[in-house]
Design a protein around this ligand. Sequence first.
Ligand code: PGA
Length: 246
Amino acid sequence: MRQLLVVGNWKMNGSRASINSLLDDLLSAPAVAGTEVAVCPTYVHLPQVLELCASSAIAVGAQDCSHMQSGAYTGEVAAVMLSEMGCRWVILGHSERRQYHAESDALVAAKVAVAVEAGLQPIVCVGETREQREAGEAQSVVSAQLQGALKGQVNLDSLVVAYEPVWAIGTGLTATPQQAQDMHECIRGCLEGIEGIDAQATRLLYGGSVKADNAAQLFAQPDIDGALVGGAALKAADFKSIIAAA
Ligand code: PGA
């Protein structure tokens, strides 16, 4: 039985004041039994969020990490620094990193390796563009991303994969529950073929305009084990409703 996981990806949003009020609201809600929750703020907000969530059921993650262990990499943050601070999760290969920072599957693979070695649990994001879906390439694109990021890795027991169709991120367009389920089934099949991964135990999250009113239908699909939530994670009421739907 896979435990549901709901992760808030705050992206480049938030101030000390807005985060205090968002967490004040989230932390006052009782934990939902059987559902794991995490939030991923910017690097600079991590100390504040870690402190506020310290004795709560909400875990904390980062939105990225360097592919290198340490050294002369100006502007980068090492996975081991994040785990030492108390982060449990790290989002890797988000489509915005692939799009605006030219991250390749090989770079994502290097990040997965250092993250796992540092004791972080990676959330590896995959997803096709609208053009790729229209060309009938969605499944082959996603399979290639998975192979590129995960093949040859060791110790992927804590792996989580997030399927985020690029055309659904921040657009208000959501994959239908059936489209999402079909892709999640394909992802699980692809993971079966990668050595060292227990595909049945690996949690697969859906991401892309998840909201309070579509979350329950998505979570009802057999291969959808939770959500990676962007915009709706910035509003306490919306995020709480998504968690409740799980
Ligand atoms: P969205 O973002 O929920 O705002 O579409 C999801 C994500 O990019 O992780």
